[in-house]
Design a protein around this ligand. Structure first.
Ligand code: NAG
Ligand code: NAG
Ligand code: NAG
Ligand code: NAG
Ligand code: NAG
Ligand code: NAG
Ligand code: NAG
Ligand code: NAG
Ligand code: NAG
Ligand code: NAG
Ligand code: NAG
Length: 748
């Protein structure tokens, strides 16, 4: 913006309008006295006389024109207040901007210093940046500006720092108090010593350090970076070193102030709430205070033991007693008996650090990369640490080396940069050990996390699996149930179709049969996958296996051969019948299994096998004395009687034989194998079948020859068994010493 042009415009405006209520200039002919105010052209800023707080003294200052709450940005005569309202601010004959009290001829209370040489016709103008400029009205040259002499406020677009050519330093000094804008004890300045860094001082004591510029921000202000509001620029060349907050959003009203109690604060104006919003302040934490932990120590607020100071690698507390009492300000000294510049030295990397103070004994080589920096530092015995001087730019070029104490460092939790501290071989080894330890710990943590995740996934998977399985099982169960129902329904109907001998009553009862269905998997487990070692024998319809359920119960599993269609009929029959029958001389059916292509019957396990096993064996028959044989005969008779008379159904077994009489652990006989049994109606006593089943030798002649069977058929068989038990000889055995072809003939 060309001030001269602006001025011209303004003058033209005045000529035409002839009104001068709102002007933004002060000139020889247009001084302002106490009570007058000039306002920048877009009416953002105002300049005039004011009295701060409770003071009655008069000052000339600049404030926000549209913000009702008086917010001073700049004060001209901060250290020389006017005692009354007689002040006049004017441009004098020499072209200087002067502030007088009452008498114009006396020494001015305040004046803008301009060199005599550049004097001429000048005009002072308040710009919309908040800058008060004194310009020559002919050339437009700026002779003086308030931005070069800030008080306590840094405004956007103001250059904070040095003009090396003129030695001008633009820095801020806090007010003494809210009532006194005079220069207070706190100041904030860009310190050029060593490698430039903004420093907050109380008098000449360092209070807070922003740290060196690292490419995007200052090392100690991780949160102050380019944002959508600010376009921060940092210039460091042979003419100038300065920081400048550019505004990306020009409607933003923002300022940074060093307040009376020594805190830097950044504010933006919130127009809706009509108040200033403070969004940053420094120093903020203990570790921010300069040298809170003394030289060669590190300030880390995130230490578990609550004491934030730790010595840097290779250092130990300088004052152990104070250190023990948690006063870290004494700092650390190099460990006893160690010195730098020996063989095997290297660097220990400290992460997320604020770079140490660069004002003393630090130098920078902006042409070296990090690797070269390390080499250079290692080769110079006085170099104790190095870091990248522009860690945040892509190039990363710039080498910062420290040669003295490492003062005022701290660790951030999620900001900062790497600092490489020189260490001897022993330190390096310890560090490597620690690293591997922590690596191991990290790995272990990682492993734990991975395991946890995997477990979680597995758990989820299992949940899913089981849900699905339950669903599948339920569906499968339904399928199986359906199969069972079909099976039994069919068989029942077939019963009634084929064998007219089944009463409807019996049929109904049969249909409601209550059988335990075993899972195939259970039986597989119980019989060891039907291993041959568990095979008890081979029945007519398939092999029988011994098994043991998970609850310890022993079972016998009759596995009907899948090829035998006949077998399935027998199974149905047996299940339907035996499930309804309960007698101590009948073998007990535990359940069945109808899964996939398997059809199985599950019985109580009979440890003593069957009758034929004993009575036809020369040695084993000795075990059966007459008392036992009698008991067995009695038992069989009771069982048959039950089948024929005492059970709710009248049942003809049709296949009574020694091998179908099983013996339990007490040698009690148990009639088994009801596959061929027939149910008779209550009154029926006789039936004829075309399909004669049973075992020759035990069959009654009329059944064997004509298919006529009744309870008497079973009695015949029982008689045969009786003879066999008494004689210990098989009925069908050929007797050599006689013509008789069987036992019956032999006996008769
Ligand atoms: C204002 O008054 C004080 C005493 O009240 C005096 O010391 C000072 O010189 C006066 N300032 C001016 C500019 O007259
Ligand atoms: C201003 O001061 C001068 C000398 O100090 C004196 O002669 C003159 O009368 C004063 N004028 C006013 C208006 O007080
Ligand atoms: C102007 O210069 C004088 C003397 O060199 C100095 O005392 C005064 O503080 C300066 N004023 C400003 C506003 O810089
Ligand atoms: C500058 O100001 C002086 C005195 O006020 C006036 O005589 C002169 O014409 C002005 N020059 C320009 C270029 O405005
Ligand atoms: C400034 O420092 C001086 C002496 O160091 C002290 O007397 C004065 O109270 C301090 N002022 C403030 C505002 O802290
Ligand atoms: C930021 O400021 C620099 C220098 O002041 C300027 O060159 C650049 O264009 C600005 N960027 C934006 C986005 O305003
Ligand atoms: C200065 O800033 C600090 C930190 O924001 C604040 O606590 C303190 O009240 C401020 N002092 C004044 C006088 O505004
Ligand atoms: C310590 O670190 C954790 C995470 O690493 C963070 O949440 C916490 O705020 C930190 N505490 C301090 C005092 O910095
Ligand atoms: C080591 O660095 C310091 C500081 O830069 C320098 O004064 C000294 O000459 C260097 N020593 C060697 C041996 O290069
Ligand atoms: C570090 O601080 C100590 C005391 O605080 C001071 O004597 C020393 O000069 C400082 N060194 C550097 C390199 O800043
Ligand atoms: C290694 O870890 C232990 C305990 O965590 C600590 O006391 C020691 O100072 C560490 N050593 C180094 C070289 O970091």
């Amino acid at each position: 913006m060309n001030p001269a042009k602006l001025l011209l415009n303004t003058l033209l405006f005045f000529q035409f309008s002839q009104i001068s209520t709102s002007i933004d200039t002060i000139s020889l002919s247009q001084p302002i006295k106490d009570g007058d105010v000039i306002v920048s052209s877009r009416k953002i800023y105002a300049l005039g006389f004011f009295s701060p707080g409770n003071s009655v003294k008069r000052y000339v200052g600049i404030w926000y024109n549209q913000i009702s709450q008086l917010t001073l940005l700049w004060v001209a005569n901060r250290n020389n207040p006017i005692n009354d309202t007689s002040g006049v601010l004017s441009v004098n004959i020499q072209g200087n901007l002067v502030l007088h009290e009452r008498n114009q001829s006396t020494v001015p209370v305040w004046q803008a210093n301009i060199s005599e040489a550049s004097a001429g016709n000048t005009v002072a103008q308040l710009l919309d940046t908040g800058n008060l400029v004194l310009v020559r009205n002919d050339t437009g040259e700026t002779l003086w500006q308030s931005f070069d002499h800030p008080t306590d406020t840094v405004l956007p677009n103001m250059r904070f720092g040095w003009d090396k050519r003129t030695g001008l330093n633009r820095y801020v000094t806090a007010w003494k108090s809210p009532d006194d804008p005079g220069s207070g004890n706190f100041s904030f300045t860009l310190d050029l010593a060593g490698f430039p860094q903004p420093l907050l001082y109380k008098d000449d004591v360092k209070l807070w350090r922003a740290g060196p510029w690292t490419g995007q921000r200052f090392s100690g202000t991780p949160e102050m970076t380019r944002t959508f509001i600010f376009n921060i620029t940092y210039i460091d060349n042979q003419d100038e070193v300065y920081l400048c907050d550019g505004l990306n959003d020009l409607s933003t009203i923002a300022r940074m102030i060093l307040n009376e109690t020594g805190f830097l604060q950044r504010f933006t104006w919130n127009n809706r709430d009509r108040r200033w919003i403070g969004y940053w302040t420094a120093p903020a934490e203990r570790c921010d205070y300069y040298g809170h932990c003394g030289p060669n120590s590190n300030c880390n607020l995130n230490l578990t033991d609550g004491f934030e100071c730790t010595c840097l690698p290779g250092f130990e507390p300088k004052y152990p007693k104070e250190w023990f009492l948690r006063d870290g300000s004494g700092g650390c000294k190099r460990k006893q008996g160690t010195s730098t510049c020996q063989k095997g030295e290297g660097f220990i990397k400290l992460e997320r650090m604020k770079l140490p103070d660069t004002s003393v004994a630090a130098n920078v080589d902006m042409n070296l990369g990090l690797k070269a920096c390390e080499e250079k530092c290692l080769s110079n015995c006085s170099c104790v640490a190095y870091a990248s001087a522009s860690a945040e730019t892509n190039r990363g070029i710039g080498c910062l080396m420290y040669h003295g104490d490492l003062n005022d460092t701290r660790k951030y939790t999620n900001a900062g940069q790497d600092l490489f501290v020189r260490a001897n071989a022993a330190e390096l080894a310890a560090e490597a050990l620690n690293n591997s330890k922590s690596n191991r710990a990290r790995k272990r943590r990682l492993a734990l996390i991975i395991v946890a995740i995997v477990l979680g996934v597995i758990l989820l998977g299992l949940c899913f699996f089981f849900l699905r399985r339950r669903l599948a099982t339920r569906i499968g169960e339904r399928k199986r149930q359906r199969r069972r129902e079909l099976l039994f329904l069919n068989s029942s109907t077939r019963f009634s179709e084929r064998e007219a001998s089944i009463s409807t009553k019996g049929n109904k009862e049969i249909r409601k049969v209550d059988v335990t269905f075993f899972e195939l998997s259970t039986l597989l487990a119980a019989t060891d996958n039907f291993s041959t070692s568990n095979k008890l024998g081979q029945g007519g319809f398939g092999p029988v296996y011994k098994g043991k359920l998970s609850n310890g119960q022993e079972i016998a599993v009759k596995r009907l051969s899948t090829t035998s269609g006949q077998g399935i009929e027998e199974l149905k029959n047996e299940v339907l019948l035996i499930a309804k029958l309960q007698h101590r001389n009948l073998v007990k059916l535990l359940g069945c299994c109808l899964e996939e292509d398997e059809n199985m019957l599950i019985y109580e396990f009979m440890p003593n096998k069957s009758l034929d096993y004993f009575i036809f064996d020369e040695s084993r028959k000795q075990l059966l004395d007459w008392k036992k044989r009698f008991d067995i005969i009695l038992g069989i008779a009771r069982g048959v009687l039950y089948l024929h008379q005492d059970s709710r159904l009248r049942i003809i077994h049709r296949d009574l034989k020694a091998s179908n009489i099983l013996l339990d652990e007490k040698m009690n006989p148990r009639i088994s194998d009801f596959g061929t049994a027939r149910v008779f109606g209550g009154e029926e006593i006789l039936a004829i079948t075309k399909r004669v089943v049973g075992t020759y030798g035990y069959m009654s002649p009329e059944y064997a020859l004509d298919g006529v069977f009744s309870t008497k058929s079973d009695v015949f068989s029982f008689g045969v068994i009786l003879l066999e038990i008494i004689t210990g000889k098989k009925n069908t055995r050929i007797f050599n010493d006689d013509d008789s072809s069987n036992l019956i003939k032999y006996v008769s």
